[in-house]
Design a protein. Structure first.
Lengths: 281, 268
């Protein structure tokens, strides 16, 4: 992993990330062309629920293979943006384009809740992630490989009810990864986990993102998590992109380093500027 | 340590075979006390015959073939009525749980019918069907219908919408979504309906057979009453208790088999 991460550091800025993805792809064992990330272009995106306009014109380009964190106060529309990208809501106005050859199974979502089927064993839950290919002869082998990737091979025939919160979320990650998605959207995936589990899950997310080279979009309320994981942090305010920070910190990133802390402080300051009274926050 | 903490451990670990017998200790003790009360003359045989007399009556009826024939007739009525009523209830529950149109069309009507006690229909049913088999089957089917219908409907409506959304994201077709998400999610509730329905099934059948029948356990009990054969009356009641227990055990076994994923059914 240490060796692999060397490739990451020089190309953290959005422009160079395609080269990085190319390198990462070559590194992967048994890589396929379909595992490359997709680029994402959003133009004039608006979304209203009744009279309530949640997104008021988002323009955004995410290069293939980039990892982007979206932060903002609750109710700012960050989760709605993610659900629109994942195709879970209908667009009121504007466009989201994912490149010409994108298929529905190229975009996968991971939620705050693991959403595992309680009546299916761990391995069958991972097989669900294969979508229409789940009846193919190699389905089980692929599911086992994905399960191995999150380090839960020995839990393959357990019921989800006996797993811990972190383990359930790792199964959900394996399910999202098994179809080798080209865009993976995370909606507060670590929000319900305790601090130590969060840190090990962050490392796991960073590793699979690096190994598989998908485009990652991470919605989080935790700015520290955003700067630790992402190449770029977007601040959303009142349904618009208020700020676009790029995180030029080489990987592997050390949690609590001065560079990350400074960036985190800058983003937090930006987030809090909108509120009238910051003393109580 | 509190009493509750200490309770499950008492006597449990060393002799696991005795575990299965524990539920039968109380019924056996009751029979024993009952026998003693009869033998000592504390209870008159005209009020309540001794268990040994009941067993003797059962043995005689068994030899004559009458007992098995009546049990078989009652069992047949119960199961056929249950299958018809349960089948219709289950189908309508599924339809109304899955389709808005079907629900709008039939649910109000069904809720109105539900509030009529089905046993109140006995006079009408006798007028319609006389006292032959169809009358009993109709009543059992009607009684069984509602618990199955209501619980199937409730089970389907309360399936976690987040899981349904997950299924759609992962490209499940409607058929797959039903088979892999909705039906397994509704199953615990369907089983609640099943066990309610089994209770109502016996209750309905006893009443129907007592009032209007020419065979079956209820008929056997009524016939015995006319000839003052109190031991046969008690025998019929005990057989009902055993059949009810049997139906309950069968549904529990089915539950264990199909709900093994559920934390409540996992062995520790």
């Amino acid at each position: 992993m240490q060796e692999a991460l060397r490739f990451l550091s020089p190309d953290a800025e959005p422009v160079g990330s395609t080269d990085f993805v190319e390198q990462a792809r070559l590194l992967r064992r048994g890589s396929e062309a379909s595992s490359r990330g997709l680029s994402l272009t959003i133009r004039g995106l608006r979304k209203s629920f009744g009279d309530n306009e949640v997104l008021r014109g988002i323009d955004l380009h995410i290069p293939a293979g980039q990892s982007v964190a979206i932060v903002g106060r609750s109710g700012c529309g960050k989760s709605t943006l993610l659900r629109l990208i994942a195709g879970l809501e209908t667009i009121t106005a504007g466009t989201i384009s994912l490149g010409e050859d994108a298929r529905p199974e190229d975009v996968r979502v991971m939620f705050q809740e693991p959403r595992l089927l309680p009546w299916a064993r761990v391995l069958s839950n991972v097989e669900v992630g294969l979508g229409r290919e789940r009846n193919s002869p190699d389905a089980q082998a692929r599911a086992e490989k994905a399960l191995a990737e999150v380090g839960l091979t020995e839990k393959r025939s357990q019921w989800p009810a006996v797993l811990s919160g972190g383990q359930k979320q790792r199964v959900a990650l394996a399910r999202a990864l098994v179809s080798q998605p080209r865009v993976l959207a995370f909606d507060e995936p670590l929000g319900a986990l305790d601090a130590l589990t969060r840190i090990s899950m962050q490392r796991l997310l960073e590793r699979v993102w690096h190994d598989q080279g998908f485009t990652a979009i991470l919605v989080t309320h935790d700015v520290a998590e955003a700067v630790a994981l992402a190449d770029r942090v977007l601040v959303i305010e009142d349904g618009r992109i208020a700020e676009d920070f790029s995180v030029d910190v080489p990987r592997p990133r050390r949690r609590g380093s001065a560079e990350l802390a400074a960036l985190e402080g800058a983003i937090l300051k930006n987030l809090l500027e909108g509120t009238e009274d910051t003393s109580d926050l | 340590m509190s009493l509750i903490d200490s309770l499950p451990r008492v006597g449990a670990p060393k002799l696991p075979r005795i575990d299965g017998l524990i539920p039968w200790i109380v019924p056996l003790a009751i029979i024993l006390v009952w026998q003693l009360a009869c033998v000592t003359g504390f209870v008159s045989a005209r009020v309540l015959p001794a268990p040994s007399d009941v067993a003797l009556a059962g043995w005689k009826l068994l030899l004559s073939g009458e007992l098995l024939r009546n049990i078989w007739v009652s069992f047949w009525r119960a199961s056929v009525g249950f299958l018809i009523g349960g089948g219709i209830g289950f189908t309508l529950g599924l339809a109304n749980g899955l389709s808005q149109l079907s629900s709008k069309l039939t649910d109000t009507t069904l809720q109105m019918i539900r509030n009529i006690p089905h046993l109140a229909l006995i006079p009408l049913v006798i007028l319609w069907f006389g006292i032959d088999e169809s009358a009993k089957l109709f009543l059992v089917a009607l009684g069984v219908f509602f618990p199955i219908y209501l619980n199937t409907l409730h089970g389907i409506r309360t399936v976690d919408p987040q899981l349904i959304e997950m299924g759609r994201i992962y490209g499940m077709t409607n058929g797959e979504l039903f088979r892999r998400v909705i039906f397994p999610g509704a199953l615990p509730s369907i089983f609640v309906g099943l066990r309610f329905a089994l209770g109502i099934m016996w209750l309905t059948l006893i009443v129907a057979e007592t009032i209007a029948a020419s065979s079956g356990l209820g008929y056997m009990a009524m016939q015995a009453r006319e000839f003052m054969l109190i031991d046969v009356v008690v025998l019929s009641i005990l057989i009902y208790a055993l059949l009810g227990k049997l139906a309950d055990s069968a549904s529990r076994a089915l539950e264990r088999l199909t709900l093994s994923w559920h934390p409540a059914f996992q062995k520790h």
